[in-house]
Ligand binder design. Sequence first.
Ligand code: 5GP
Ligand code: MN
Length: 336
Amino acid sequence: MQQINALQELLETPKKIMITTHHKPDADALGSSLGLAGYLKKKGHQVQVITPSDYPSFLNWMSGNEDVLVYSSKTDAQAQAVIKEAEVIFCLDFSALSRINELGRYIAQATGTKVLIDHHLQPEDFADIMFSDTNAAATAEIVFEVIRDLGDESLIDVAIGECLYAGIMTDTGSFRHASTTRNVHMIIADLIHTGVDICKVHRNIYDSYSETRLRFLGYVLKDKLQVVREYNTAYIAVTAEELKAYNSQTGDTEGLVNFALSIEGVRFAALFVDRSEAVKISFRSVGDISVNEFARNHFSGGGHKNAAGGISYVSLNETVEKFVSLLPLYKEQLVN
Ligand code: 5GP
Ligand code: MN
């Protein structure tokens, strides 16, 4: 309540606002940012969304996408100017400034009031106003609640609603994860009432594969999936050459890790992708196995209990070897 009052006061007069989200934004990161941006624009604020990197083309349908500033060395000066001038800086769907690359340094030095809206574990204490709910299914869920608690639910139109719906849909794994509460379904009911076309959002995000992406998926499942039955674990490691051979685009590896987890009996899954600068890792688990802890302890990462990410600066092979060698330490949780 205190946080809502502080935000209400902050937004009482038109402000210059910057919104940012995590590296390689997913549907919740971009959807919550664009949903919030749409709302704030309706309230008369001047809003600029800046992403720390590019994002998958299957998110380009979102309203406001055309106005997003994607950070790169080319847009550095423009991004710095926006951050410097911003009176309010919203940080959405990440809990540590290290997750937004160079933008993190600029925001740490910025004078604007910082507002965090997020659902990741272990939030850092860098914001002036914090809406951090680690039990929330998605940042988009919290954005919906913040707008509602500001008394403005009626301003959530179809365009804003579809952005928020996309974030909740993807972060709940299409309403199947344990985070899918009654509250989530109540919010979804409200969004459908507003006129959100859920079939359109599902198709835009899940049924928009390029032909090469689908063939890449086929190749990976046939030739690259490794199952370690002894530890109820499955993993996939993709080399830089394979990415190149399939002309892999941002977002093309999204969802791969879930196939590994979908094998009967598998409780722990990992995806290793050899990006040129480092090996990027996705972890997923079921039940009590905390991949947040695993990623934090061994791969400089974090996230949620059942979905987390990490990074490794040794080779792909060495990274996979390290991962496999750690499994016996977790035998108790993985097997019993
Ligand atoms: P994904 O595997 O889909 O990239 O990420 C799963 C979850 O973990 C997301 O909530 C994402 O924000 C978080 N995550 C991914 N990579 C990292 C990382 O390197 N560090 C931290 N702290 N979180 C991450
Ligand atoms: Mn999220």
